[in-house]
Write a protein that binds this ligand. Structure first.
Ligand code: URA
Length: 290
C-alpha cells in the first residue's frame, strides 16, 4: 500500500471523509466562482446564510462575515505581458532531493527565470509532519533564496511558534517544511499566471511526495486553488479538511493578507487549530511513518 493510500485509509478509519466538514454539518452545494481574468482579484462574494442544521454541529465555528478577497501583495492592475513557455519539466516525480533542487535551480520552463536572482526551493525539515505552502517568492525571498523571509514570513513564523512549530531546528514533530507554488519571483510581485503555476506544479507535487507530511497548510488563494484545483474563494473552503493525493489539506489566509486585515487573524487561528487538532488525531493513530 502506498503512503498516500495508507494516509487515506487512516483518515477513513478515523471517520474522516475526504471533505470532512468541521465548520458545519450541511455544506451547501458549491457555487462555481470563475477565476478572475484580470490581475486584480474580484471581490469575494457574500457568504450565504447558514442553513439551520437538523442537529447542532459537533464543533460549531462562527461563519466568517463578509471578507474582502485576499490580496497577498499590492498588485499592478494592468494585464501581465505574455510569457514565454519552455517544456513542462518532465521526469520530476522520480527525482530525489538533490536532483530536485538542482532541477528547480536551473528551470527555464517559463519566463520567470529571466527575472529571478535565484529560484527559491523550500526550507525546513525534509520529513516534517506539517508542510506549509505559500504563493511565490517576493523581493526579499528572491534575494535570500528562502521562502517567507519578509514581513509576511515573520508573521508566519509567529503563527507557527504559537503552535510550537518552527522552520528551524526543533524537536521531532515540531518542524515544518515550507514551499511555494512558484519557485521564482513574479516581476513586481504580480499574481502568478496560470501557465506559470502549471509549469511549476511538478516541483511542488514532488516536494509533497518526498516530505510525506501528515498535513498541508495551504496559505492564500493561489496555494489553495492550485493544490485543490478549485476556483472557490478561501472563505468558502476554510473550516474543513480537504485532500491532495491522500494528504489532508487545511486552507487559510495568506500572512500578507493578514498583515493588511489583522481582524482576520482570529479566523486564521481557527484554521491553525483545526490543523493542529487533525494532526494530533492522526498522530495518536500512529501518524505517517517518518
Ligand atoms: N509570500 C509567499 O507566498 N511566499 C513567500 O515565500 C513569500 C511571501
Amino acid at each position: 500500500m502506498s503512503w498516500g493510500e495508507r494516509q487515506l485509509a487512516m483518515l477513513r478509519e478515523m471517520g474522516v471523509p475526504p471533505f470532512w466538514p468541521v465548520a458545519r454539518q450541511a455544506e451547501p452545494a458549491p457555487v462555481p466562482v470563475p477565476v478572475p481574468e484580470s490581475a486584480e482579484p474580484a471581490s469575494e462574494p457574500l457568504p450565504e446564510p447558514l442553513p439551520e442544521p437538523a442537529t447542532p454541529p459537533a464543533r460549531p465555528v462562527a461563519r466568517p462575515p463578509d471578507r474582502p478577497t485576499e490580496r497577498p501583495t499590492e498588485r499592478p492592475t494592468e494585464r501581465a505581458p505574455a510569457i514565454e513557455l519552455g517544456p513542462r519539466p518532465a521526469g520530476v516525480d522520480a527525482l530525489d532531493w538533490p536532483e530536485l533542487e538542482q532541477a528547480v535551480a536551473g528551470c527555464q520552463a517559463c519566463g520567470l527565470c529571466q527575472g529571478r536572482r535565484q529560484a527559491v526551493f523550500g526550507v525546513g525539515h525534509k520529513k516534517a509532519r506539517w508542510m506549509i505552502v505559500g504563493e511565490a517568492p517576493g523581493e526579499q525571498e528572491d534575494r535570500e533564496g528562502e521562502p517567507f523571509v519578509g514581513r509576511a514570513g515573520q508573521l508566519l513564523d509567529r503563527m507557527l511558534a504559537a503552535l510550537d512549530l518552527s522552520r528551524g531546528e526543533a524537536p521531532e514533530g515540531h518542524q515544518v517544511y515550507i514551499a511555494n507554488v512558484l519557485k521564482c519571483r513574479p516581476p513586481a510581485n504580480r499574481n502568478p499566471q496560470p501557465q506559470e503555476v502549471a509549469q511549476c506544479e511538478p516541483f511542488l507535487l514532488r516536494q509533497v511526495a518526498l516530505v510525506q507530511p501528515d498535513l498541508i497548510l495551504a496559505m492564500g488563494r493561489f496555494a489553495v486553488q492550485s493544490l485543490l484545483k478549485t476556483s472557490e474563494p478561501i472563505g468558502k473552503l476554510r473550516g474543513r479538511v480537504h485532500e491532495l493525493a491522500g494528504v489532508p489539506v487545511v486552507v487559510t489566509y495568506h500572512p500578507a493578507y493578514l498583515l493588511r486585515n489583522p481582524a482576520d487573524k482570529a479566523l486564521a487561528w481557527d484554521d491553525l487549530c483545526l490543523a493542529r487538532e487533525l494532526q494530533s488525531r492522526l498522530q495518536s493513530r500512529g501518524g505517517s511513518p517518518r
